[in-house]
Design a protein around this ligand. Structure first.
Ligand SMILES: [Zn+2]
Length: 348
């Protein structure tokens, strides 16, 4: 993992309990979370989830407005507006599920800042094991999801039923994103759903939520022990395990959410490209891949156009400034320490 502390997005005080090697990864997770929250807010404020319906006559419009406070979707269906009913339902599910999912991710990240990692893992379970799969289903196979939701729920939406379809659901959703090889479906499966993968999150989340786990050998509680009960809050191993994988999963989730919102109402093309590029570049930085020197070179090639507003020095793209440019579109001048704006998203 990239060992750099930017403190650009999260104040130093809040990062002090996160082990140093995981601090940038933590900031990156918050960066993804904040982007999703900004999207949700923007769409809520613009009422982008509302569906415009042109009724054939006043009688239908009156019937709808009389019943709208109750079962609006049922009335639309009864009047024969099936496509509109479907859009209303899908938009409502998307907005509400994304909101619930982000609340959990936010609280989990805040718990990690306070060393409450068992609570954090509990909080991550629903958004990562449940919401992520349902949101992927809506994105990858809206017809199949809507059919199951309207005609066979709750049975068709149960854990075991969805679990059987999950690989196909994730593959279909991944194909609708621009992630490509940056995040592979097999990685998401291995991190979130493979009980035998001791480097994944499933193992940690199962142990966090149950005091005793016996069914699967790989997750089994040791003799004369309870899961995590005697674990010292000062141990770093769980943290490092979480941050080796959580950024990848949150990047996938961010792209699924962005594509769902884009479907609800097309996003401005520039904003969508910026989100895709910045978030994907961020993962390379988190895992310090061989792409990073290339980013640094690319950023440096624009340096002359963005001199420091105070002393005129050209920015230098150290790892600190590369990470800072990505997270907050800024750089710190190496000469006078002033923080300047730098439009990272628009250069890639
Ligand atoms: Zn300066």
């Amino acid at each position: 993992m990239l060992r750099v502390n930017t403190h650009a997005l999260i104040p130093r005080q809040r990062l002090r309990w996160i082990p140093k090697p995981a601090r940038f990864a933590h900031e990156y997770c918050f960066f993804l979370h904040d982007h999703c929250v900004a999207l949700l807010k923007e769409y809520e404020e613009a009422e982008a989830n509302l569906v415009g319906i042109e009724f054939k006559n006043k009688k239908e419009a009156r019937a709808f407005s009389d019943a709208a406070k109750g079962d609006a979707i049922g009335v639309l269906r009864a009047l024969g507006y099936h496509e509109e009913a479907r859009r209303v339902a899908i938009n409502a599910i998307t907005m509400a599920m994304v909101s619930d999912c982000l609340h959990h991710v936010f609280e989990a990240l805040r718990c990690l800042e306070r060393r409450k990692f068992v609570v954090a893992l509990n909080l991550l379970r629903k958004p990562l094991l449940d919401s992520l799969v349902f949101l992927s289903w809506v994105l990858g196979d809206e017809d199949g999801f809507y059919e199951a939701f309207t005609k066979q729920s709750p049975q068709a939406l149960s854990g075991s039923n969805v679990g059987n379809r999950r690989p196909a659901i994730l593959r279909a959703a991944h194909a609708k994103t621009s992630l490509g090889a940056a995040v592979e479906v097999a990685e998401i499966e291995a991190i979130l759903f493979d009980a035998d993968n001791v480097e994944g999150l499933y193992w940690l989340m199962q142990r966090a939520v149950h005091l005793i786990t016996v069914q699967r050998v790989s997750v089994r509680t040791e003799a004369e022990n309870f899961n995590f009960i005697f674990k010292s809050y000062a141990d770093d191993d769980v943290y490092l395990g979480v941050y080796e994988t959580l950024p990848t999963v949150l990047l996938y989730l961010t792209h699924v959410i962005a594509e769902l919102f884009d479907r609800m109402r097309p996003m401005d093309e520039g904003s969508m490209t910026a989100l895709r590029t910045r978030s994907t570049a961020g993962l390379h930085l988190v895992y310090d891949t061989d792409q990073v020197p290339e980013f640094q070179r690319q950023l440096a090639s624009f340096a002359q156009h963005f001199p420091c507003g105070s002393c005129g020095a050209e920015p230098r793209f150290s790892r600190h400034n590369t990470a800072r440019a990505l997270l907050t579109e800024s750089f710190r001048c190496h000469r006078c320490r002033r923080v300047n704006h730098f439009p990272f998203a628009w250069l890639f």
